[in-house]
Design a protein around this ligand. Structure first.
Ligand code: NAP
Length: 317
């Protein structure tokens, strides 16, 4: 690998420092590839704001997302992966190499692994923007404690909405879970916990039409789709968990994407462009969990290493 180091600044550049990116860094750096993670915010990704993780193998006791990613970060650093806190602005191929431009610098790498994750989808109803930070939140872990003994609504029926509704019962006196259908999408185990929790009331077949208030949020205008009926619901806060949107801005015009914008990869996490790999929530897949993100990251790093070795004679000297 020494010859590789002379040729370029890094063998593998990983864009995004969530669980997928950290796992990719651990595997690439441990495989003696010179490795860098570019992260524009905090290392850790979306899982940083998950207060309770109970299904990550190896952690028998419920633990926090923060604890898990701190361990991963330290492990990546131990194997001499670098972490650069800069935002990647553009990536362009130059022969087999890739040129990475950040706000401050230009880097050259042989392989890139996109681990850019996803961000919360907005409801796009009147009042949502106006009351964001004044009662509208996308993060129960960050804001839940502000609602001690208050009444809150959680919107959505997936794993995030149901898990966060359960989390909010630690603080709020009442949690309405408002879902647009008559069945939850969340996995059975957490559905049952929600059904058995006396603080949670599920409002079925209902969408939010408007979020109202004065200086803070006060009321939701709801529409029941089955009964075609509009009602008001007095609340102190609303937590929106209606899915995620892939962070694909850097690659939108370059890589093959599914109709929702998630990056399409093959089994080795290779995209349609040689030397471009992807892992974690940004890719098309069936299960979005920390455990699948780290699996993707490890696979992408392994495949990137193999790809570099196979093409080593074709990189510029
Ligand atoms: P999700 O699974 O896509 O669920 C989004 C929910 O929001 C669905 O119930 C959907 O309704 C509803 N929805 C979408 N657009 C809406 C709108 N405009 N108005 C009202 N409701 C709307 O998203 P997620 O819960 O954020 O989860 C994202 C991924 O992370 C999933 O793969 C999930 O399994 C994973 N995740 C896993 C865990 C865990 O295992 N511990 C925790 C959190 C997330 P419909 O059901 O009608 O489509």
């Amino acid at each position: 690998m020494d010859s590789l180091r002379k040729e370029t600044r890094y063998d593998v550049a990983i864009i995004g420092g969530g669980p997928a990116g950290l796992a990719a860094a651990i595997y690439a750096a441990r495989g003696a590839m010179s490795t860098v993670i570019f992260e524009k915010g905090l290392v850790g990704g979306q899982i940083l704001v998950t207060a309770e993780v109970e299904n990550y193998p190896g952690f028998e006791e419920t633990t926090s997302g923060y604890f898990i990613v701190e361990k991963m970060k330290n492990q990546a650093l131990k194997f001499k992966s670098e972490i650069i806190q800069e935002e990647v602005r553009a990536i362009s191929p130059e022969g087999l190499c890739k040129i990475i431009e950040t706000n401050n610098n230009i880097y050259r790498t042989k392989a890139v692994i996109f681990c850019t994750g996803a961000h919360p989808r907005k409801l796009l109803v009147p009042g949502e923007k106006r009351f964001t930070g004044k009662g509208v939140s996308y993060c129960a872990t960050c804001d839940g404690a502000l609602y001690r003994n208050k009444t809150v609504a959680v919107i959505g029926g997936g794993d995030s909405a149901v898990e966060e509704a359960l989390f909010l019962t630690k603080f709020a006196q009442k949690v309405y879970l408002i879902h647009r259908r008559d069945k939850l999408r969340a996995v059975h185990a957490i559905q049952q916990k929600a059904f058995n929790n006396k603080k949670i009331e599920i409002i079925w077949d209902t969408v939010v039409q408007e979020i109202e208030g004065d200086s803070i949020i006060k009321n939701l205008i709801l529409f029941n789709k089955k009964e075609s009926k509009t009602t008001n619901l007095a609340i102190d806060g609303i937590f929106i968990y209606v899915g995620i949107i892939p962070n694909n801005d850097l690659v939108e015009s370059k890589l093959d994407l599914d109709p929702q914008g998630f990056i399409i990869t093959d089994d080795s996490r290779h995209t349609n462009i040689p030397g471009f790999f992807a892992a974690g929530d940004v890719i098309h897949k069936v299960l979005r969990q920390v455990v699948t993100a780290v699996s993707d990251g490890a696979t992408a790093a392994f495949s990137a290493e193999k790809w570099i070795e196979e093409n080593i004679d074709n990189f510029p000297q």
